[in-house]
Design a binder for this molecule. Structure first.
Ligand code: FAD
Length: 394
């Protein structure tokens, strides 16, 4: 009999690891432990169709409910793992139970980053990471007329687009001089600035916040320039932090993410980690990276399953990502950080173009706007020697 595998975190990566282990022929006991009440679900629609009310929660489930019992996966919801005893190979659960493991997989994801602003503890100030978060946000949105979003990243901008379509007054407050600055170039930021402004979003750039106002419930956001943005709901959308406490508490190597090698193995050979909570070295990008994407959650989980099943794997992905805002689809292939040149192909005014990012003449990333063919092409050619004649039309 193969030794028991226990997976902590029943999200995209945890569910994929369980499925890939079974598909790969793992016959030992397999447990999937999650601290949420739901079966494993996809998060991308949370800030898109689910928030808009276009789909219900069943449409989010990653596998049909019967999948786990059919595949002899002991799925345990509503249960938090609190500590790992590495010497005894045991996992401590919040409910007092302990579980033995042969191999442990940490798939604990991230939490929304909180900003300790003055007044941020008032009712009506929220973050968005889970189904319960969105259920609460939807309930509040239905009662309020004005929403302020702190942070012009993907999630903030996706929520802005949905709230605007519900007829709300929406203000996005961003500390940087352009939206999504951390991940896209100026032409892409400029396109999204215009898009949101044309849709009636008040986008405040270079803005700093003094306090969240309200006597009891939040009523507005006071900016450093003295202006107060009215808001009965304030969403803090300023990124995510990896859930690496469990690993850290067990003495595993952690550095803003659980450190893993190409096989997904942590500094303990019996413990692996997958998905958003991990950091690993990318030979392709010559630096350590921590990804927050469905692509990474799925592909790294598959690699870890193969590794546990005895294969020699070295996970070094070509990352890709997408974001939907109004009727615009942004697709990102590769990581653009460190680029020294860009080429814009197509016309931003046509709502269809792409930006190629080059470093020392080599293609490292492509952002495509409503240009899925360019995105697929980019995923194929990145890593190859860049040639002008490989540039397709937008
Ligand atoms: P998660 O899906 O976060 O799952 C981790 C699970 O572990 C959670 O259920 C957590 O509660 C649980 N957990 C944590 N600690 C414990 C513990 N101690 N015990 C038990 N359980 C625990 N990616 C894209 O590629 N495209 C998108 O458009 C996109 N949109 C997104 C929109 C939103 C609103 C969000 C939040 C994310 C989005 N992402 C998107 C990112 C993508 O959803 C994540 O990269 C993916 O979910 C990561 O999977 P994961 O399994 O690593 O983590």
């Amino acid at each position: 009999m193969q030794e028991e595998v226990v997976i902590v975190g029943a999200g995209q990566a945890g569910a994929q690891a369980a499925q890939s282990l079974r598909q790969g022929g793992f016959e030992g006991p397999l447990r999937l432990i999650g601290d949420e009440p739901h079966p494993p679900y996809q998060r991308p629609p949370l800030s898109k169709k689910y928030l808009a009310g276009d789909i219900g929660s069943e449409a989010l489930w990653l596998r049909p409910p019967a999948f786990f019992s059919t595949n002899a996966i002991d799925f345990i919801p509503n249960t938090r793992a609190t500590a790992i005893d590495r010497s005894k190979k045991r996992l401590q659960l919040e409910n007092g139970d302990t579980l033995s493991y042969g191999k442990l997989i940490l798939a604990t994801g991230t939490n929304a980053r909180w900003l300790p602003l003055p007044g941020a503890d008032k009712p009506g100030v929220v973050t968005l990471r889970s189904i319960s978060d969105v259920d609460a946000i939807r309930a509040k949105l239905s009662e309020c007329s004005a929403l302020a979003i702190i942070g012009a990243g993907y999630i903030g901008l996706e929520v802005a687009a949905v709230a605007k379509s519900m007829g709300k007054r929406v203000t996005v407050i961003e500390a940087q001089d352009r939206p999504m600055k951390r991940v896209v170039s100026t032409p892409v930021s400029d396109f999204f600035t215009k898009l949101h402004q044309n849709n009636g979003i008040d986008l405040k750039l270079n803005a700093s916040i003094e306090t969240l106002e309200g006597d009891g419930h939040v009523t507005g956001v006071r900016l450093a320039d003295g202006e107060t943005v009215p808001a009965e709901l304030v969403l803090i959308a300023v990124g995510a932090i990896p859930n690496d406490d469990l690993a850290h508490g067990a003495g595993l190597d952690v550095d803003n993410g659980v450190l893993v090698d190409g096989a997904g193995q942590t500094s303990d050979p019996y413990i692996y980690a997958v998905g958003d909570c991990t950091r690993f070295y990318s030979t392709r990008y010559e630096r350590s990276i921590r990804m927050e994407s469905v692509q990474n959650a799925i592909d790294q989980a598959k690699a870890v399953a193969q590794s546990i099943l005895g294969a020699d794997v070295d996970y070094d992905p070509l990352p890709w990502f997408w974001s939907d805002q109004y009727d615009i689809k942004l697709q990102i292939a590769g990581l653009s950080e460190g680029y020294d040149d860009t080429i814009v192909v197509g016309e931003p005014d046509d709502n269809k173009f792409y930006v190629a990012y080059l470093k020392a003449g080599q293609l490292i990333a492509v952002d495509s706007i409503n240009a899925p063919r360019s995105h697929m092409m980019a995923r194929r050619v990145i890593g190859e020697l860049w040639r002008d004649d490989l540039l397709p039309d937008a």
